[in-house]
Design a protein around this ligand. Structure first.
Ligand code: GAP
Length: 510
C-alpha cells in the first residue's frame, strides 16, 4: 500500500494522531490512539518476553529520563552527537547536509530503477536484472557516480569536514527543494540533544538533557544491577523507554521522530569474546523479526562503514519500508568505551570481579537497540493490504485488511450479535464478551450490518470475530470467523477461550 494511504489509515482507525493537532500539530511528534497503544504495547511485550523473561541471564530496569549531566559528557553525546546542518538563505529552510547529498544519489538510483523497469518490459520473461545492471553502460556510469559521491560523503562525515560537505553540495549543484535556490549557509555541527533547566540551579550548572538513548541508564546502573541480582558475566540489562532527539529534518511519519521509544539491551561480556557475542546477537535479533512473520525478503543486514565513536563493529537490520530499505534496529559492539568513560568521570569503579579468572576488569558490551515506533511502522506497513474477496452475497468486493500476527494484534477477538435490536442476542454476546475479556483483549460491537462490522475489524487487524446468532440461543455455539482465510466454523462457547486463546497467544512466536 502507498505510504500516504498507510498514514491516513493510521489516523482514521485510531492508531496514530499528530500531536497537538488542534494547534496545527507539532512536527515529528505523534500520539498513539486506542488501537495504536494496544499494538505498541504488544510489540513491547513481545520484545520484553523474548529478550528478558525468556533469558536467565538478562534482567530489566526502568531508569529515569533525566540523568546527571556528566553522563552525557562521559558518553560522548555533548561533544559528538551532532548532525551537519545547512540553511537555505532564501527559503530559510534547514536541512541535514548529508541528507541533501543522499537525496542527490537517490534521484540517480530512481533513474536506474526506471531503466530496469523499462528493460524488464522490453525483454519479458527472459530478462536477467543482474546481468542488465552489470553490463548496461548507462547504469554502470550512474552507479559509479553514486559510489563516487557516497565515498566523498563518507570521508567528510568521518573527518567532521564541514567545509568539504559544503563544497560537495556546491559541486553537485544541489538546490533547495523549497526555493530552488543554491544560496546555502556554511555547514555547521548541530547537537541533537534537547536540554532544559533544573529549577534550583541557575546557568550551565543546572543544565539537564533529555536522554537521547536509553543505554546510558543501563551503564550507570551496571554495578547496582550486577550486585543485586548476582549475575555472572556474560549477562544483559534491558530496558524500554522514551528517548529524545532534536532531529533537524524529521520526515516519514513515525520513522524519524523527536520523541520516540527505544527497546535496548546491553550485554556485558569478557573482553576478547565480544565478536562471538556480536555474531550471536546479530543472528538472534534477525530471527526475532522472522518469528513474528516478517518475510526474509523484507529484511537485510547493513554493516556500518563509519563506526560511531564507541563501536568496534556495528550492523543495522534494515527493513523495506514503503520508502525503501532503512534502519530498523542496530547491533553494536560498544567495547568498554561507556563503562570506562563513566568510571573516569565519576571516579567510581565500574568493574567486575571474574571468579574464574581471579581478576577485575571492565566488561565489554554488545548492544541491541530497536526503535519501538519504527517497529510499529514496519508492522503496519507490512500488514496493511487491499484485497478482493467475496462479500456476504458472494459478489466480489474490496476490503482493507491489516494482516497483523495475532500475537500483536490490538484486539484479539470481536464479539458481534447478529442483530442489535434482539435482546436475547445482545445479552448472549455480552456474556461471551465478559468471559473472553478475562484472558484477552476483546471488543463488543453491535453497530451497523454484520458485513460492515467484519470490515471494520479487518481494518484494525482483529484476527477473529465471533458471531452470536439464533442458533447460539438453542445450542450455545457461535460462528468463529478467521480474518485471513475468511473461513467460518461453528464452535461451542465453552471452548472459545481455549480455541481463540491458543491462536492469539504470544507463546506461538516465542
Ligand atoms: N543506543 C544506541 C542507539 O541509540 P541508534 O542507531 O541511534 O543507536 C537505535 O538508535 C534505534 O532507535 C534505531 O535503530 C531506530 O530504530 C531508533 N531511532 C533512532 N532515532 C530515531 C528517531 N528519531 N525516531 C524514531 N526512531 C529512532
Amino acid at each position: 500500500m502507498e505510504f500516504k494511504s498507510i498514514i491516513s489509515h493510521c489516523k482514521e482507525y485510531g492508531f496514530i494522531y499528530q500531536s497537538s493537532e488542534i494547534y496545527d500539530g507539532l512536527a515529528a511528534v505523534y500520539d498513539y490512539g486506542p488501537y495504536g497503544v494496544e499494538l505498541k504495547n504488544n510489540i513491547k511485550q513481545y520484545w520484553w518476553k523474548s529478550m528478558v523473561q525468556m533469558h536467565e541471564n538478562i534482567v530489566g530496569i526502568d531508569a529515569a529520563i533525566f540523568m546527571h549531566p556528566k553522563t552525557w559528557k562521559a558518553s560522548g553525546h555533548v561533544d559528538a552527537f551532532n548532525d551537519p546542518l545547512v540553511d537555505n538563505k532564501d527559503s530559510k529552510k534547514r536541512y541535514r547536509a548529508d541528507q541533501l547529498v543522499e537525496g542527490y544519489c537517490e534521484k540517480i538510483e530512481n533513474k536506474i530503477k526506471k531503466d530496469v523497469v523499462k528493460a524488464q518490459k522490453r525483454f519479458g520473461d527472459s530478462f536477467d536484472e543482474g546481468q542488465f545492471r552489470s553490463t548496461n553502460q548507462r547504469i554502470l556510469d550512474r552507479q559509479a557516480e553514486i559510489d563516487r559521491v557516497m565515498g566523498l560523503l563518507g570521508t567528510h562525515m568521518k573527518n567532521g569536514d564541514m567545509a568539504g560537505l559544503k563544497q560537495l553540495i556546491e559541486d553537485l549543484e544541489i538546490a533547495c527543494p523549497e526555493s530552488g535556490s543554491r544560496n546555502w549557509t556554511d555547514v555547521r555541527q548541530f547537537n541533537l540533544m534537547f536540554n532544559t533547566q533544573l529549577g534550583n540551579i541557575a546557568g550551565e550548572e543546572g543544565k539537564l538533557y533529555l536522554r537521547p538513548e536509553t543505554a546510558q541508564g543501563i551503564f550507570v546502573n551496571f554495578l547496582n544491577v550486577q550486585k543485586t541480582t548476582r549475575q555472572k558475566i556474560p549477562f544483559g540489562i534491558a530496558q524500554i523507554g522514551k528517548a529524545f532527539r532534536n532531529e533537524i529534518v524529521a520526515r516519514q511519519f513515525i520513522f524519524r521522530m523527536r520523541e520516540f521509544e527505544q527497546m535496548e539491551m546491553q550485554f556485558f561480556v569478557k573482553p576478547g569474546t565480544e565478536m562471538e557475542w556480536y555474531k550471536h546477537w546479530k543472528a538472534t535479533r534477525l530471527q526475532w523479526h522472522k518469528n513474528l512473520g516478517v518475510p526474509e525478503s523484507k529484511l537485510r543486514y547493513h554493516d556500518h562503514d563509519n563506526l560511531a565513536h564507541y563501536a568496534n563493529a556495528a550492523v543495522d537490520i534494515e527493513y523495506e519500508f514503503p520508502f525503501g530499505f532503512r534502519e530498523l534496529e542496530g547491533i553494536h559492539s560498544r567495547t568498554d568505551f561507556d563503562l570506562t568513560s563513566h568510571q573516569e568521570l565519576s571516579g567510581k569503579k565500574l568493574q567486575y570481579f571474574d571468579v574464574e579468572e581471579n581478576k577485575n576488569y571492565v566488561p565489554y558490551v554488545v548492544e541491541t537497540s530497536i526503535g519501538c515506533d519504527r517497529m510499529f511502522l514496519a508492522q503496519v506497513s507490512l500488514a496493511l493490504q487491499e484485497e478482493t474477496v467475496p462479500d456476504a452475497n458472494g459478489k466480489e468486493s474490496t476490503r482493507t485488511v491489516m494482516k497483523l500476527n495475532p500475537a500483536v494484534a490490538p484486539i484479539k477477538c470481536a464479539v458481534l450479535p447478529l442483530l442489535k435490536n434482539k435482546e436475547e442476542l445482545t445479552n448472549a454476546a455480552a456474556d461471551v464478551t465478559k468471559e473472553l475479556k478475562k484472558s484477552m483483549n476483546v471488543q463488543y460491537d453491535e453497530k451497523d450490518t454484520i458485513g460492515r462490522r467484519y470490515r471494520r475489524q479487518d481494518a484494525v487487524g482483529t484476527p477473529y470475530c465471533v458471531t452470536v446468532d439464533f442458533e447460539t440461543l438453542e445450542n450455545h455455539t457461535v460462528t468463529l470467523r478467521d480474518r485471513d482465510s475468511l473461513s467460518q466454523e461453528r464452535v461451542a462457547i465453552a471452548d472459545l477461550p481455549k480455541i481463540v486463546g491458543g491462536k492469539v497467544g504470544m507463546e506461538n512466536i516465542l
